[in-house]
Design a protein around this ligand. Structure first.
Ligand SMILES: Cc1ncc(COP(=O)(O)O)c(CNCCCC(=O)O)c1O
Length: 446
């Protein structure tokens, strides 16, 4: 694998209490200026970041196992991405593609057509955020099918806009008191092997959902089925083999648009360009964001040309969608993913980390499930009887942070510790991060 040259020392180093004085001062200023509704996982403020390290404003170097929620796979200051951003910004930062178009958009769309699953004719439309992409994928499916019902799944997360909140399962903090929500959204049971009845196969779980759709809605009323191939915020739920393929085949037979939401799973994160590939599923539409542009805000709906071209001229767009600087970042990011073989690196991360998580499970007895693919891995923490232990997950993340590791939790029950390291993280630093996870788990369990 290509050697990576880092700009910052790839080491964990704490030089003040956490948070240090500068972070504390920033926290006070934030309180007076930033909405209280915006949360942060850690109480320190970033000053620099490179590879697997985030340096805070007090000089503390932390191991990053979050990648800004699965975004900085190529690193938070990848030199090729930074150069592409600077070069484009020096030429023009914006003309609005709906006014004066530019090549960057076209090149990104060409890349997405080539990279996403399926050899069929594809089109893309670019946006700024994952939620915007999901919103528009549903718009396209409804227009193309003339139907209005949309199916989402238990534990799903699709965004914070009104429609994507309706698609998202967990109320607090994403939906509570923000309703009423968009109509015609229907929630079906997910394949959640750890919490399903033992032995339920992926196909059986899919048939369970299909039966409810047919009984409660009627397949012919359904425009789209929206699903994350591996659920992210809902707990890194990897459906049983066959679940996605059974749903996809059934949807095709019913004229239902199969939308794979790969905002969190896309762009090498799971060890393939897209997680659908692991299950041999070719989605009709795929929504993309996060890892696409090395940290610059860009999102996309890519998929069947007949669906996307069904929309009337002017029916899709937005002022900033496909910002040219973000497009330049995306092109550089995709090149870096190829050059550094980040799909291979994600698979290597899985091979190095999953066995260690399983050892931790055997040692501690508080890990009910170890799961994930590539560099999207998780442990689900439980009490004696298997009930979710969100308090323990919180305590582990806090303990890890106190030791200089940024670790994220997730899950419908808040009891999942997730690992999302930058795909460019070095082996030694990653191993140290997992050491700290183990130390933190032991300390939290007591
Ligand atoms: C599958 C999937 N679809 C859609 C989205 C939404 O993407 P945006 O770019 O945050 O709008 C996500 C964003 N996930 C992180 C949200 C963090 C938070 O807001 O608390 C996702 O994971």
């Amino acid at each position: 694998m290509t050697e990576i040259a880092y700009r910052l020392p790839q080491r964990r180093q704490l030089v003040t209490a956490l948070p240090g004085p500068r972070s504390q001062a920033l926290a006070a200023r934030r309180k007076a200026a930033v909405a209280a509704g915006v949360g942060s996982s850690v109480p320190v403020y970033a000053a620099d970041a490179d590879g697997g390290v985030i340096v805070d404003v007090d000089g503390n170097a932390l191991i990053d196992l979050g990648s800004g929620i699965a975004v900085t796979g190529v690193g938070a200051s990848n030199p090729a991405v930074a150069a592409a951003v600077a070069e484009q910004a020096a030429r023009f930062t914006h003309t609005c593609f709906m006014v004066t178009p530019y090549e960057g958009y076209v090149r990104v769309a060409e890349e997405l057509a080539a990279l996403t699953p399926g050899a069929h004719a594809k089109r893309s439309v670019l946006f700024n955020s994952g939620a915007e992409a999901v919103e528009n994928a549903v718009k396209i499916a409804r227009l193309a099918t003339g139907r209005s019902a949309v199916v989402a799944f238990d534990h799903a997360y699709h965004g914070r806009t009104n429609l994507t909140m309706a698609l998202t399962a967990k109320s607090m903090p994403y939906k509570a008191n923000f309703g009423p929500f968009a109509p015609e959204i229907y929630r079906m049971p997910m394949s959640y092997p750890f919490r399903d009845e033992p032995g339920l196969t992926g196909e059986q779980a899919a048939r369970r959902a299909i039966s409810r759709i047919e009984t409660q809605l009627g397949a012919q009323t359904v425009a789209a089925l929206v699903i994350e191939p591996i659920q992210g915020e809902g707990g890194f739920v990897v459906p049983a083999p066959g679940f996605l393929a059974t749903l996809s085949e059934w949807a095709a037979a019913q004229g239902i648009v199969f939308i794979a939401d790969e905002v969190q799973t896309g762009f090498a994160r799971t060890g393939a360009w897209f997680a659908c590939e692991h299950e041999g599923v070719v989605p009709d539409l795929i929504t993309l964001a996060k890892g696409i542009a090395g940290g610059m805000p860009l999102a996309a709906v890519t998929g069947r040309a007949d669906l996307l071209d069904a929309v009337h001229p002017g029916g899709l767009g937005g002022t900033y969608g496909s910002n040219p600087v973000a497009c330049a970042a995306a092109l550089a990011t995709i090149d870096q993913m190829r050059e550094l073989d980040l799909c291979g690196r994600a698979r290597a991360i899985e091979a190095a980390v999953l066995p260690r998580l399983r050892d931790l499970a055997a040692e501690t007895g508080v890990i009910g499930d170890v799961r994930g693919r590539g560099a999207m891995l998780a442990i689900e923490l439980v009490r004696e009887g298997g009930e979710p232990d969100a308090d323990l997950a919180k305590a582990v993340a806090a303990e890890a942070f106190s030791r200089g590791v940024v670790l994220l939790t997730c899950g419908s029950f808040g009891n999942v510790i997730r690992l999302l390291p930058p795909l460019v993280i070095g082996d030694d630093l990653l191993a140290e991060g997992i050491d700290v996870l183990g130390e933190s788990l032991r300390a939290a369990v007591g």
